[in-house]
Design a protein around this ligand. Structure first.
Ligand SMILES: Cc1cc2nc3c(=O)[nH]c(=O)nc-3n(C[C@H](O)[C@H](O)[C@H](O)COP(=O)(O)OP(=O)(O)OC[C@H]3O[C@@H](n4cnc5c(N)ncnc54)[C@H](O)[C@@H]3O)c2cc1C
Length: 425
């Protein structure tokens, strides 16, 4: 059966061409072996190759096949939890690290785009939009928290101000921030892979890992050979599925879906998002949207928690877009696709080690464009013996999802409750 993963995404249709990476064959020994060619794996590969380590990445499909090549392209600051909440729960040092990690993660993308000349339509500016009056205080709290922790320049809008920055009548208020933005996610991912290759990392595509040995002599086995290493990095996130049970139990794959309209033309696009920011609402199950480089509306929304994908993706997402922008009723939908987001119980990322030589990062909970890039760098620093930030970030180890083999129906039920809350609050 065709799935949301088989649909040609707008990103794939407009991907930067590159010389394909070979399939992994034979036996090889490197300093660091990496499973997964998304942002986490490629970011770590780039940093380590630059530091002089021999590195090999095994990607089961093609680079950016997972969430990194199919996401909303929204480069977010910070985390689901505020820094003040983190300070309350885990103390000042961890909150300081989170401040550093969360506020600098978008800058890391910007630095790489500039340094490696990655063509990925990077734009700055981000709007958090509240549909309900009851959500407006949340925007105020977010604004105050940022100011308190030194992230300045954001701006609050009332209903009429919100109408000026988003061409929709449904918002009661908005918060604009300067340090977040949007990118063409697949082209950024391909650029990252090219940069890592240029620095000497070996990348292999169409090389699914069948067996992970995270013991004292770590290795990754494919159908065609074995990659041994001193260190292992597991960066398969929600796409790793049940291969590593310890990791699988702590994240849940949630399906998220995006549509791309036909190009709207400069004027019509300006009527929707005059200053070309990325936008996200404040609901639990979010709508996220933005304009592409060629002025299409890319609208993401709805989610599936059952592990099953909807049959007609267009009809699944289009009504969400028309709720916000009824004026797009006559517009053709040219692409619809989806992917798996790895979420944790706490919505904080899950970084850590298995034994002495295996590192992992996963579960960015829909906030991972910037954070997965940064996590790859933190893992690379830890491999190099500078693990202070990585260790602080590992303090968020989430509990397993409750319910054992019943966890999927339990989560579906839980999410139904949150959907009702979104409607009723
Ligand atoms: C539809 C959608 C919209 C999203 N929107 C946003 C957004 O707007 N902003 C935001 O911040 N975040 C968003 N996210 C989340 C964000 O994309 C992810 O957090 C981030 O890309 C995670 O990167 P990663 O490298 O950890 O994982 P992935 O990009 O998923 O990479 C994992 C890779 O590992 C490979 N792999 C898995 N198992 C194996 C194996 N056994 N052998 C070899 N390879 C394997 C997979 O093929 C995959 O390429 C979205 C995600 C989705 C799906």
């Amino acid at each position: 059966m065709k799935t949301a993963h088989d649909n040609l995404s707008y990103y794939r249709a407009t991907a930067t061409p590159y010389e394909p990476f070979p399939r992994f064959e034979g036996d090889m020994k490197v300093d660091v072996a990496i499973l997964g060619g998304g942002y986490t794996g490629l970011s770590a590969a780039l940093e380590l190759a630059e530091a002089g380590y021999s590195v090999a990445v095994l990607e089961g499909e093609t680079v950016g096949f997972g969430a990194s090549g199919r996401n909303g392209g929204q480069v977010c600051t910070g985390f689901h939890q505020s820094l003040s909440e983190i300070e309350k729960n885990l103390g000042r040092d961890t909150a300081e690290t989170c401040k550093d990690v969360g506020f600098n993660a978008p800058k890391l993308i910007a630095d790489r785009v500039e340094r490696f000349n990655i063509n990925c339509d990077l734009k700055w500016g981000y709007i958090h939009a509240a549909e309900k009056s009851s959500h407006v205080p949340e925007l105020q709290e977010m604004h105050e928290d940022w100011e308190k922790w030194g992230y300045t320049g954001s701006q609050l809008y009332d209903k009429s101000g919100a109408r000026d920055v988003v061409g929709s009548d449904i918002y009661q208020g908005a918060l604009w921030e300067p340090g977040a933005g949007h990118i063409h996610p697949l082209n950024y991912c391909i650029g990252l892979a090219e940069a890592a290759r240029g620095l000497g990392a070996k990348i292999f595509e169409n090389s699914p890992v069948l067996d992970v040995d995270s013991g004292t002599n770590p290795s990754l086995k494919t159908a065609h050979g074995t990659l041994s290493a001193n260190f292992l990095i597991l960066a398969g996130n929600a796409y790793l599925k049940e291969k590593v049970p310890y990791l699988y139990r702590r994240i849940m794959p949630v399906g998220s879906y995006i549509l791309a309209t036909e190009p709207l033309g400069e004027n019509r696009a300006k009527g929707l998002i005059p200053n070309d920011e990325a936008i996200c609402n404040t609901n639990f199950i979010v709508d996220y949207y933005r304009l592409s480089g060629d002025k299409r509306m890319l609208f993401g929304g709805r989610a599936t928690y059952s592990g099953l994908e909807p049959n007609d993706l267009g009809s699944f997402v289009r009504p969400r877009m028309l709720r916000v922008f009824p004026q797009l009723d006559d517009v053709q939908i040219e692409h619809v696709w989806g992917g798996w987001i790895g979420i944790t119980v706490s919505r904080m990322p899950h970084l850590g080690r298995i034994g002495d030589s295996t590192f992992f990062a996963q579960g960015f909970s829909g906030h991972g464009v910037a954070l997965s890039n940064m996590s790859g760098k933190l893992i690379a620093d830890a491999v190099r013996g500078q693990s202070e930030k990585f260790d602080h970030m590992s303090g968020f180890t989430p509990p397993p999802f409750p319910g054992g083999r019943f966890r999927t129906p339990l989560l579906t039920l839980g999410m139904f409750w949150y959907r009702m809350k979104d409607i009723l609050s």
